[in-house]
Write a protein that binds this ligand. Structure first.
Ligand code: ADP
Ligand code: MG
Length: 257
């Protein structure tokens, strides 16, 4: 579904993403991890069209999207959430989501269809659909949900989710992870998820890739990647044991059915 080849993005003399190549299958949830500043958000920004690639290619369903503007890429079926939600504060929850539906459709749908798509997204995410519900009442978890609802209202086939758990408590984090799984299972939407909270990430991803200094240093199943000495050295550090224990527990639970 997504094929990234030798993707490079420079800022002046600094290389934020360096010859990155990876593939994503349809229906997959791929984790993208790595230390702060390793190029995760820049990778998302290039794939979603905020920045043009300095070199390399990005293909969505066989079609080159590298260098296209964000609205075109969104219309082709790729949505993203931002680390810091910035809804239109003077619009209601429903209006914010309707607007996203229009954006995703490139203005090609009418009001009724945009509302249908918005209602559908809000229902899946679990946000109020009544026309009076304001953005002001939403806390951190609510704002993250709205970010997700707006992305879904564009009807993506691929969703890029950037660090969606920051500022949430344990229960809210688990709910957010379950929500991503539901989005994939019920809608067949493929997901790339950047997230620092490994315990939650590992519960839902099928596979992960690891960046360091803009380069891919490991790729594979969570159980393999988290045991890679280089990944432990540059990223997991003392968290490695806890992550391994959790993965072992998950595997035993899966084997027990
Ligand atoms: P991550 O999301 O993995 O924490 P980023 O992709 O945000 O990392 O950043 C990777 C590196 O690229 C950092 O050193 C960051 O300062 C730099 N960078 C990101 N965006 C820009 C930009 N627009 N201009 C200059 N440098 C940038
Ligand atoms: Mg980031």
């Amino acid at each position: 579904m997504l094929s990234v080849k030798e993707l490079t993005r420079r800022f002046g003399g600094f290389t934020a993403v360096n010859a990155l190549s990876f593939e994503l299958e349809k229906g997959e949830i791929l984790g993208l991890i790595g230390p702060n500043g390793s190029g995760k958000s820049t990778t998302f920004n290039v794939i979603a069209g905020l920045y043009a690639p300095s070199a390399g290619s990005v293909q969505l369903d066989g079609r080159e999207i590298g260098g296209l503007p964000p609205y075109r890429i969104c219309q082709l079926g790729l949505a993203r959430t931002f680390q810091i939600p910035r809804p239109f504060r003077k619009l209601t929850i429903l209006e914010n989501t309707v607007l996203a539906a229009h954006y995703g459709a490139g203005g090609q749908i009418g009001r009724a269809e945009a509302e249908r798509r918005a209602h559908d997204a809000l229902e899946l995410i679990g946000l109020p659909r009544d026309p009076g519900a304001s953005v002001e009442g939403l806390g951190a978890a609510g704002l993250k949900k709205l970010e997700m609802a707006r992305a879904l209202a564009t009807q993506p086939k691929l969703l890029l989710a950037d660090e969606s758990l920051g500022g949430l408590d344990e229960a809210e984090m688990n709910q957010a992870a379950e929500m991503l799984e539901r989005i994939r299972n019920e809608r067949g939407i493929s997901i790339i998820w950047v997230e620092h909270i490994m315990g939650v990430l590992m519960k839902v991803i099928d596979r992960c890739i690891v960046l360091d200094h803009g380069e891919l240093i490991a790729e594979g199943a969570p159980a393999e990647v988290t045991r890679d000495p280089r990944v432990i050295e540059v990223y997991l550090g003392s968290d490695a044991e806890a992550v391994h224990r959790q993965l072992d527990r998950q595997q035993s639970a899966a084997e027990a059915g």
